[in-house]
Design a protein around this ligand. Structure first.
Ligand code: CDP
Length: 223
């Protein structure tokens, strides 16, 4: 039985994962970060040493279990939450997620999760358009490139890494370009999504706004 489904999409650094996770915790709902799933496939592909350009080599997905639960991501039973944030994974994830076969496998898992869980918030690039096209609420988060790069920079500094700002901007612009121009489910705003520009908003502001939208919709649906 599916409950209330919120789809949150947007480009790199728009705040999707942090915001979705905070809303889920506040409401006691399930959160799935689909970007973490694409990152896990990328990590596994790198570790297996397959040719990353060969779509057929991703058949390993038939026998491996990728699972997101309570802000942690697992490949089989191994917790790879930290490992999927490596530079090598970040550099290759847009390539890996451009393959229709990889997308078909992960979208299947994501749709199954939404069917078997109650209320859910899912964040990614194609949630409102492909994974949950009939979600009760769709949000598209944006922010200007400088602000998104600044957030990434702050995240890296927190992890003890310091990379030039110019490099952050380049990485974000590159990934946005690859994610928006690929053939299979490119990043794009669903027609019925509510757009929130987070450039000058705090996480708390955005969380509040989205919870207000959820409450509004729940009232309309009479839940
Ligand atoms: O770094 P950031 O948190 O912004 O990205 P992410 O959400 O971890 O997603 C990493 C990459 O996975 C994206 O750049 C996309 O290439 C891919 N992705 C996708 O293709 N479809 C999704 N639903 C989610 C992520």
């Amino acid at each position: 039985m599916s409950g209330f489904r919120v789809a949150i999409d947007g480009p790199a650094g728009s705040g999707k994962s942090t915001i979705s996770s905070t809303i889920a915790k506040t409401l006691g709902w399930t959160h799935i970060d689909t970007g973490a799933m694409y990152r896990a496939v990328t990590l596994q592909a790198i570790e297996l040493g397959i040719d990353l350009n060969d779509e057929a080599a991703y058949r390993f997905l038939e026998t491996c279990h990728i699972h997101y639960d309570h802000d942690r991501i697992y490949i089989d039973d191994r917790d790879v939450t930290e490992a999927i944030r490596s530079d090598k994974v970040t550099r290759n994830v847009s390539l890996v997620s451009s393959f229709p076969y990889v997308r078909k496998m992960l979208v299947g898992l994501q749709q199954a999760a939404a069917k078997t869980t109650g209320n859910i918030i899912m964040d990614g690039r194609d949630i409102g358009t492909v994974v949950l096209p009939d979600a009760e609420l769709k949000i598209f988060l944006t922010a200007n490139v400088e602000e998104r790069a600044k957030r990434r920079y702050a995240e890296r500094v927190q992890k003890g890494k310091q990379e030039p700002m110019a490099q952050m901007i380049e990485e974000i612009v590159n990934r946005d370009r690859k994610d928006s121009t690929r053939e299979a489910s490119p990043l794009r705003q669903a027609e019925d999504a509510i757009v929130i520009d987070t450039t000058s908003l705090t996480i708390k502001d955005v969380v509040k706004k989205i919870i207000a939208f959820i409450e509004q919709k729940e009232n309309v649906h009479g839940d």
